[in-house]
Design a protein around this ligand. Structure first.
Ligand code: C2E
Ligand code: MG
Ligand code: MG
Ligand code: MG
Length: 282
């Protein structure tokens, strides 16, 4: 239970413990107790529909707090959670939390949650999503799961079966960080993604002719396959204008809004959700 594992964790943080220097071991221990001890939370980042100007989805992003209050970035703790298997419990917790704390509000249309391939490979994942949707009464179509093309992505038949089970539930399947690796093209060939999120690295040099042409090529590739296109990491008005010009479906980034806690997005009786946190104009 929480108490026993809490003791366990305190021991690992003991400065006299030879393992306490090992940051990743500490994080691994923390991850085991994180849900019980309320050390994980979710923040939500708005996704704007370019044509309507409305926020029509939000992405849930996980946050981990250490016992001393400092936070650990996902780039550090997610790989550890994947390695130790803690991602299975954390992932279920995230989906349940999204359904309870955000999708219970009818005014939030769609929430996307990042899932690791380890979750998709684990037996019973689709069934656990079905159970969460059932217990919270949330329609499957309001939940999107983001799969990153980043990691080693051998085409596991279990993953494909899981994705097809999730699609049967109405759950949307998005491809995250597209364009960062070689696996993305294989994924596109095998899975009918509802939305493809183009990685923010493509915006870095989109003010040069070369960078702009590159972005245009990748957009063409995704569009010709019939997927909705979302560009991540939009930080400036200039970039947003370019996205309008390219007829991108949705944008996400600091220019639209920064990740913020759930209460920011729960606006009763609003015709659409508006992020409170907006980037300052430059
Ligand atoms: P991601 O899914 O691609 O999420 C977008 C990341 O880019 C977030 O970082 C977000 O805060 C950041 N971001 C958004 N807009 C901008 C922008 O305009 N400029 C810049 N520079 N950054 C922007 P975060 O929250 O640190 O998450 C990093 C990654 O960790 C995520 O990338 C995702 O792959 C992973 N992650 C986060 N939460 C979860 C989770 O619950 N489960 C799993 N499996 N992975 C997660
Ligand atoms: Mg994502
Ligand atoms: Mg992404
Ligand atoms: Mg990314």
């Amino acid at each position: 239970g929480a108490k026993a594992s809490g003791r366990n964790c305190a021991r690992l943080f003991d400065p006299n413990d030879p393992h306490s220097n090992d940051e990743s071991e500490n994080i691994a221990a923390l991850l085991k107790i994180a849900v019980d001890q309320d050390l994980v939370s979710l923040v939500y980042q708005p996704i704007r529909n370019v044509a309507s100007g409305r926020v029509d989805a939000v992405e849930a992003l996980m946050r981990l707090r250490m016992l001393d209050g400092t936070s650990v970035p996902p780039s550090l703790f997610i790989p550890i959670a994947e390695r130790t298997g803690a991602i299975l419990d954390l992932g279920r917790w995230a989906i349940r939390t999204v359904c309870r704390e955000l999708l219970a509000d009818e005014h939030v249309p769609v929430v996307s949650v990042n899932v690791s391939p380890i979750q998709l490979k684990s037996p019973g994942f689709a069934a656990s999503v079905a159970a969460i949707l059932g217990e919270t009464g949330v329609a499957g179509g309001r939940l999107a799961l983001e799969i990153t093309e980043g990691l080693e992505m051998e085409m596991h038949s279990d993953i494909l079966r899981c994705i097809s089970d999730l699609k049967t539930l109405g759950v949307r399947i998005w491809l995250d960080d597209f364009g960062t690796g070689f696996a993305g093209l294989s994924w596109l060939r095998l899975i009918d993604f509802d939305t493809v999120k183009i990685d923010r690295s493509f915006l870095h040099d989109c003010d040069t002719p070369r960078g702009k042409a590159m972005l245009q090529d990748i957009i063409g590739l995704v569009r010709n396959r019939g997927h909705m296109i979302l560009v991540e990491g939009v930080e400036t008005e200039e970039q947003l204008a370019l996205m309008r010009q390219f007829r991108i479906d949705q944008v996400q980034g600091f220019h639209v809004g920064r990740p913020a806690p759930a209460q920011t997005f729960r606006l009763p009786a609003a015709p659409n959700i508006r992020p409170a946190a907006r980037a300052k104009p430059r």
